[in-house]
Design a protein around this ligand. Structure first.
Ligand SMILES: Nc1ncnc2c1ncn2[C@@H]1O[C@H](COP(=O)(O)OP(=O)(O)OP(=O)(O)O)[C@@H](O)[C@H]1O
Length: 293
């Protein structure tokens, strides 16, 4: 179990993470979501013991994580920038990772470099942005660290490379279960990977929930525009799309069985809600609540 207790991260007078208490059972894939500047990187830095919280503590299996060599060895934190020297070749970064990490799989790293078409003989500083992101992904996946944290690492990768990354992550996680935390703004694209979702807003914990439960909080109603309009009247709309005469509306409402039956008899279909729609709704609602305080 990874426990955060009252974790607060500050930069001078800026409170980036504000008194976050959170239990993260191990062996799951977590999605950490939050708007720009909400404190994701700061929270992950504390989680990875890169930064000592101003207040509070992070414990891994009961032990204080900060400056704890056993915990650090088992934690891999990959940021959106590749931290390396100007002259470091890609293969040197791989060798260094192998030297640092007891769980490193050099063959898997080589396979991933090949998959992402990265030449290990090149200097890492000479790679394109997307290629640097891919090297970060290789370092994260091949570390097989019991706690692997990828902080928007893959944002620079193109759609084909990202799809390959998601596939690899899932396959490798199933073969080698571990705790993986992904922070991202590409919510809908990655959401299927998350077993749990954590949302922070202005440094505070807004939500920690199973992804399926979160999807069950709302519903997407699709069908002829007029019938949809009649059905959704009076409910909070999270998002909507129209194509021809067909309208799809996402609602912050979990309809009862008789409501669903009523809708189905009017030609409507019901589906789960998109995590991104919920995220937008929840974080903008938090903003409004904040504004009224
Ligand atoms: N080194 C720093 N010095 C001063 N303030 C900082 C520093 N790093 C972050 N902050 C501030 O802390 C707050 C949280 O920043 P953080 O980078 O953790 O957010 P984030 O959710 O990761 O943002 P983004 O999605 O934009 O990457 C912001 O107000 C930011 O300006």
């Amino acid at each position: 179990m990874i426990e955060l207790r009252g974790v607060t991260v500050r930069y001078g007078r800026t409170v980036a993470v504000d008194d976050v208490t959170l239990d993260l059972p191990t062996g799951k894939i977590y999605g950490l979501l939050g708007r720009n500047g909400s404190g994701k990187t700061s929270l992950l830095s504390a989680l990875a013991s890169f930064r000592r919280p101003a207040f509070g503590v992070v414990r891994v299996d009961g032990a204080d994580a900060f400056e704890n060599p056993a915990v650090m060895r088992n934690t891999c934190f990959i940021r959106d920038t590749l931290d390396c020297n100007e002259s470091d070749k890609v293969r040197q970064l791989m060798c260094f990772a192998g030297w640092m990490r007891p769980t490193w799989d050099a063959d898997y790293a080589a396979k991933l470099l090949d998959l992402f078409e990265i030449n290990p003989r090149k200097r890492a500083s000479s790679l394109s942005r997307g290629q640097k992101s891919a090297v970060g992904v290789v370092l994260g996946l091949a570390s097989r660290a019991p706690l692997t944290i990828l902080d928007e690492t893959y944002l620079g990768m193109d759609a084909v490379a990202r799809a390959a990354f998601y596939r690899e992550l899932l396959e490798d996680y199933l073969a080698h279960p571990r705790t993986i935390v992904l922070s991202t703004h590409l919510i809908e694209e990655v959401a299927d990977l998350f077993e749990r979702v954590v949302i922070i807003d202005r440094g505070r914990l807004l939500l920690h929930e199973e992804t399926d439960e979160l999807r069950g909080r709302g519903v997407t109603v699709t069908g002829p525009a007029a019938a949809v309009g009649e059905f959704v009247a009076g409910h909070t709309v999270l998002g909507e799309q129209s194509l021809g005469g067909v309208r799809a509306v996402t609602l912050d409402w979990h309809p009862a069985a008789d409501d669903v039956a009523r809708g189905e008899s009017a030609g409507l279909t019901f589906g789960p809600v998109g995590i991104q729609d919920l995220f937008i709704h929840l974080t903008s609602r938090a903003e409004r609540l904040e504004a009224t305080r």
